[in-house]
Every structure is written in C-alpha cells, then in structure tokens.
Write a protein that binds this ligand. Structure first.
Ligand code: CUA
Length: 158
C-alpha cells in the first residue's frame, strides 16, 4: 500500500505525541506517587455520630505506633478542624461525609480525596517538611463551600 510521504510524517508525529503524553503520565504518577482511588469501603452515613471511629474524629495512634487521622467532612467544616502531626512518619487519612459530596485536598501534598457519603476515602502520606498545611474542600457542596477548610500543623520530629 502506498502512503503519501507527508501522511507518513504525520502518522509518526501523532504516534510520537501519544508516546510522549503517555510517558509524561507514567513519569508524574511514579515521581509524584499518584494513583487512582481504589479504597472501596462503605459505611452508613446516618449513624456516623452515633458510634464508631467517626463519632470521635481525630488522630489515632495504633499500638505499633502508626498514625491514622479520622476526619468527618460535613456542612462546612472538617472535624477536627486542627490536626497536629509529627513530620517524617507515614500518616493514613480516613475521611467520610454524613451529608453530601465534599473534597479533602491537602495543599502541597499528593492527598486529594473525593469524600462521598456512604464511603470511606483513604490516603496515606508522609509530611517531610514541618509547617502549616491547608486542607480545602474542592467539591462544590453548598453555600458555605468556600469557607470549608482546616489546618494540619506538622511539627518537627523530636
Ligand atoms: Cu465541602 Cu465544598
């Protein structure tokens, strides 16, 4: 089959661009630790405050020393609204909502969760730099959406 010279150039150019873009996705996924959300865990959103871990959200230290932050994202606050964590240790976040869809994005990190009622969203990260981190809701959830934020204070390890 005869393919015109310019058409052949364009086929190679398009194939090259596909390879370049795919390579960029793989590179940033590996270097930035990005991965698709896959933690499928369901929960009854109507009984969150009645009992269980989400009734008393906060930092939980397991017997083996690992840290979990349990967060309730609800009309227009994150509970707890200030979290204190040590730097340099892996921290697991578990977030859910009793009302509508919210977001849980820790600015400057790779944590960016969609928080849907009925599901527990989970992400693990390690804060290498001490400082204050802003957490924002990045899913439009209602009139107070723009006021929905919280703070994570990361302290230097002793
Ligand atoms: Cu919660 Cu926007």
């Amino acid at each position: 089959m005869e393919i015109d010279r310019y058409e052949r150039y364009w086929i190679w150019a398009a194939t090259g661009m596909l390879a370049l873009f795919l390579g960029a996705i793989v590179l940033t996924a590996v270097s930035g630790g990005a991965h698709p959300p896959s933690h499928v865990e369901t929960i009854n959103p109507e009984t969150l405050t009645v009992g269980g871990e989400f009734a008393s959200p906060g930092v939980v230290t397991a017997p083996d020393g690992s840290l979990t932050v349990v967060v309730r994202a609800e009309f227009y606050v994150f509970r707890p609204d200030v979290v204190r964590l040590p730097a340099g240790r892996p921290v697991r976040f578990r977030v859910t909502s009793p009302d509508v869809l919210h977001g849980f994005q820790i600015v400057g990190t790779n944590v960016n969760l969609t928080v849907a009622p009925g599901y527990v969203s989970e992400a693990t990260t390690t804060f290498t730099e001490p400082g204050e981190y802003l957490v924002v809701c990045n899913e439009y959830c209602g009139l107070g959406h723009h006021n929905m934020y919280s703070t994570i204070v990361v302290e230097a390890a002793p």
